[in-house]
Design a protein around this ligand. Structure first.
Ligand SMILES: Nc1ncnc2c1ncn2[C@@H]1O[C@H](COP(=O)(O)OP(=O)(O)O)[C@@H](O)[C@H]1O
Ligand SMILES: [Mg+2]
Length: 247
């Protein structure tokens, strides 16, 4: 599904070159819910922005489905971003002038593909995420958790191969965080979505199938949840984060 091979990215400020990603390699299978954790400044957002081709990598290969992203021209890339990737951001980024339902339809409107089928899909997504009763409301009239569930539904409207989420629980209280994570779980279970979530929140990460830990610019560890219950997995993640702080 998603493969990242030997990804390098540095930033230059004045004469100083600061290497953030120093050869990141990872793989995400179809239908997986994967988190990337790491200390603040470890390059999580940079990694996500390289995968979405929002910023260019210095070197490395990123493959989504059967497409190597670096080979795409501007138009083809815009199409891949619109059709094969769904985005969920920390601050929702819903449009205030559109209703919940219109916000969900936005990527389809941008892709020029609104028809009865897409409208039915929007209704179905509202049902899956429990936001049907508020679908004609505006963002100012709904809660944080409802906004984020709307954002998850919007990310799914075009049947993307991959959902990319950057700190989706970063601005939420624990109840709303739970609602967002529940939305991802439903997307995974009911819609077979593949989710790649960057987070520093071990609670959010503990719901994932696998957690990739970034450190010093590379993948330092990968933890599988496997048969562990959620609380034990969160404790394991907390131990790893604590160890990282010690060294
Ligand atoms: N556009 C930029 N120019 C220069 N430095 C940047 C830029 N974006 C991020 N950085 C630096 O790169 C490092 C990694 O940033 P980031 O990917 O945002 O980390 P994270 O999301 O893990 O907190 C940080 O030290 C940050 O200050
Ligand atoms: Mg970040």
């Amino acid at each position: 599904m998603l493969t990242v091979q030997d990804l390098h990215k540095s930033y230059q400020t004045g004469k100083t070159i600061y290497e953030v990603l120093k050869g990141v390699s990872l793989h995400v299978e179809k239908g997986e819910f994967v988190a990337v954790m790491g200390p603040s400044g470890s390059g999580k957002t940079t990694l996500l922005n390289c995968i979405s081709c929002y910023i260019p990598a210095d070197r490395g290969i990123i493959t989504l489905g059967n497409t190597e992203l670096a080979n795409l021209g501007e138009d083809a890339l815009a199409q891949v971003r619109n059709r094969q990737m769904g985005f969920v951001f920390q601050d929702f980024l819903l449009l205030d002038g559109l209703t919940v339902r219109q916000n969900i339809l936005l990527p389809a409107i941008i892709g020029g593909s609104v028809n009865t089928l897409v409208e039915e899909r929007a209704n179905q997504l509202c049902d899956v995420f429990g936001i049907s009763p508020i679908r004609d409301k505006y963002p100012a009239e709904i809660s944080g958790g409802e906004k984020q569930r709307t954002a998850v539904a919007r990310a799914l409207i075009n049947h993307p191969l991959l959902i990319l989420a950057d700190e989706p629980t970063g601005n939420l209280d624990s109840k709303s965080s739970r609602a967002v994570i529940h939305a991802f779980e439903q997307a995974q279970k009911s819609l077979d979505a593949t989710i790649f979530m960057v987070t520093h929140d071990s609670f959010a990460a503990s719901f994932c199938d696998r957690v990739i830990i970034l450190r010093d610019g590379v993948v330092w560890q990968t933890l599988e949840r496997a048969a562990l219950d959620r609380t034990s997995f969160q404790n394991q993640l907390l131990d790893v984060v604590r160890d990282m702080g010690k060294e």
